[in-house]
Design a protein around this ligand. Sequence first.
Ligand code: HEC
Length: 113
Amino acid sequence: MKIAMILFIGFLLVMCVFPANTIAEERDFNKGKKLYLKYCEKCHGQEGKGDGYTLFNPPVADLTSPEIQKKTDAELWHGVHEGIPNTAMGTWRFVLSDEEINSVLAFLRSFGH
Ligand code: HEC
């Protein structure tokens, strides 16, 4: 009985320190990072600076730049989902689910800080 009580209080304390949504965001971030390294890093570079594959014209976007970071999630989502016409940035809608694109965007936001 005592142990159950201690476990319960411990659980409450953990929930105070890590509210459920932080844990969810953390999971999205890690998932997004994995997807980014798998699919996007080749062109956009490990730190998103657009220094992966540098011979495209127009060049690969620098995802750390204010021009990209000031775009809304919806705009970036659209760019990833549909691709950017006449550039090397293709559509990812056949590769990534809607939710996976959200995860990748959660990771992309970390380039702005
Ligand atoms: C084959 C190379 C290539 C790959 C792979 C690639 N990109 Fe891109 N990406 C580009 C290029 C080139 C641009 C710049 C397009 C332009 O000039 O508008 C770009 C632009 C972008 C932009 C900016 C879009 C905007 O609104 O201006 C985002 C966000 C982005 N890429 C995310 C991703 C993500 C996420 C992935 C992986 C799922 C990815 N890219 C994979 C080449 C690539």
